[in-house]
Design a protein around this ligand. Structure first.
Ligand SMILES: Cc1cc2nc3c(=O)[nH]c(=O)nc-3n(C[C@H](O)[C@H](O)[C@H](O)COP(=O)(O)OP(=O)(O)OC[C@H]3O[C@@H](n4cnc5c(N)ncnc54)[C@H](O)[C@@H]3O)c2cc1C
Length: 462
């Protein structure tokens, strides 16, 4: 939907709204990209498992589920569905500092959970690099972060509670087939209502920065990963050549913190970050400006608490408006042995298509043998592409073309792509990337025979 269609739909919705009964108010659900709006029949904000169970049991049609709404291709919505906005289910249910475990309602954000953990000197074990996402949304995509050797979130979840298509409440353990299917299942099997997570000690971390050659990065990473002090790591590739990884690692240390806040304050003002991102992506000398600023900042000695570095806010990336252009992500998971050839192939595609790429961040994950729709069936390097795109129909078609080339490159290197982003992949690319989809579909048919749980992702690919 382009901007004109969006405004039309919004106007129609506003005109219809007074004629509908209170429970039948239609709503537009817009995700982080700001590019699409999906009109749902009703929206509820449950506060308990019982309310989710009643809503699912009573509603005769399609149901869609949303957490933080940071996915970018309609994964949270389906036309004329009942939309469950999970963000009111945000309580910590039990915290056991001795066993280092916590049970939460699935709509809680990592940032809210960090507020509860920090006084106990505990941290989330595995999460994304920003803290705004809900736990349920993170389970459903099987997220990962910069945690060295840890892999996806499934590795730190002890138990789940799921509301099934008939409203029944299931308690799931990691050994169960349904548990395996929920991670990376994008809400297709039911509504995650509670999650029990492993925790780790909060520690002080010292930043270490190192520039290496593209060819030497995999070996240098392997050496680094042997050092038990390394907690977080990523490497940045910058435009226009994407060929000079800058390794940024965070090592456990006893040195005093150079930043006194234990968590990033929620009311921090990001106007300067936003202006800098705009300048880098729009101005002719943007790349030079960025280099100069980064060189200065990265030279500083920084020691922070783990919870501080894990509480980054997506507001720091948010543009002042997404009306004319938007910032998007993509991610490719490549078997470690194919790192170099994929990196070169990716750089060639981005350059050939003049993609306004701000950054490619590299991370690592061991093989994930737990989830059904695993994005890392073998040990992988992840390439996270952050780019800017105009909101016109032409720009969308252009992005679709180069994204399909990148997906082909990933598939030809034995890799996969990540599913929370724009739905540019063709159905055959999806089937090649995730051959386990047939087993997932069978499981879905068994648990949800009427296909109640729907969204734009599963509508396109299942
Ligand atoms: C700036 C930015 C940075 C990111 N960084 C990372 C990163 O470092 N690592 C990474 O892995 N990903 C990253 N992502 C992707 C992010 O992990 C996903 O978009 C994730 O889905 C966000 O969680 P959410 O709560 O917003 O989920 P939503 O977008 O709201 O939902 C995602 C999916 O989960 C389903 N869902 C949500 N809640 C439930 C529930 N309770 N029960 C059942 N289904 C549910 C939805 O139906 C949908 O299909 C990033 C995204 C952005 C925008």
């Amino acid at each position: 939907m382009d901007r004109r269609e969006f405004l039309q739909a919004a106007t129609t919705t506003a005109l219809l709204a007074p004629a509908l009964p209170a429970w039948g108010r239609r709503r537009s659900i817009v995700d982080y990209s700001g590019l699409d709006a999906v009109t749902v029949a009703d929206e509820r904000r449950p506060r308990s498992t019982a309310e989710v169970s009643a809503a699912v049991g009573d509603w005769p049609g399609a149901i869609s589920v949303g957490g933080g709404r940071f996915s970018m291709g309609g994964q949270i919505a389906y036309p004329e569905s009942l939309h469950l906005d999970m963000r009111q289910m945000s309580r910590v249910l039990s915290l056991d500092p001795e066993r280092r475990t916590v049970r939460v309602q699935a709509g809680i954000s990592w940032r809210d959970l960090q507020d509860a953990l920090d006084p106990h000197d505990l941290s989330v074990s595995i999460m994304q690099s920003f803290s705004n996402f809900t736990v349920g949304g993170s389970v459903s995509v099987n997220c990962h972060g910069r945690y060295v050797g840890r892999g996806p979130l499934v590795n730190s979840v002890r138990a789940l509670q799921l509301v099934g298509a008939d409203g029944s409440v299931l308690e799931l353990e990691p050994s169960s087939e349904v548990f395996r299917g929920v991670f990376g299942g994008y809400g297709g099997l039911g509504v995650v209502t509670e999650v029990e997570l492993d925790l780790e000690p909060n520690a002080r971390l010292r930043r270490v920065v190192e520039d290496v050659g593209l060819e030497t990065y995999p070996t240098r990473f392997r050496d680094l990963a042997q050092d038990h002090r390394v907690v977080l790591h990523n490497a940045d590739l910058r435009p226009p050549d994407f060929d000079a990884p800058r390794m940024i690692s965070w090592l456990a240390t006893n040195s005093p913190a150079t930043v006194q806040d234990r968590l990033i304050p929620r009311d921090r003002n990001y106007a300067r970050n936003q202006a800098a991102i705009w300048a880098v992506s729009e101005l002719p000398g943007g790349a030079r400006l960025r280099k100069a600023v980064e060189e200065r900042l990265l030279k500083e000695e920084v020691v922070v608490w783990r919870n501080y570095e894990a509480s980054l806010d997506t507001d720091s990336l948010e543009p002042t408006t997404r009306l004319f252009s938007t910032y998007l992500l993509q991610e490719y998971f490549i078997p470690v042995g194919n790192f170099l050839t994929f990196a070169r192939s990716m750089a060639g595609i981005l350059k050939r298509h003049n993609v306004n790429a701000l950054n490619v961040s590299i991370r690592h994950s061991p093989a994930d043998e737990r989830s059904l729709l695993s994005w890392a069936p073998t040990e992988v390097f992840a390439f996270v592409l952050y780019y800017k795109q105009r909101t016109t129909g032409r720009a969308k078609r252009h992005a679709e073309a180069w994204t399909r080339e990148l997906i082909d490159a990933a598939l030809n290197h034995g890799g996969r792509y990540y599913l929370p982003y724009r739905l540019h992949a063709t159905p055959s690319q999806f089937a090649r990337a995730y051959p386990e989809y047939a087993a997932f579909q069978q499981l879905k048919t068994r648990l949800d025979p009427q296909g109640k749980f729907r969204n734009m992702l599963w509508d396109k690919y299942l």
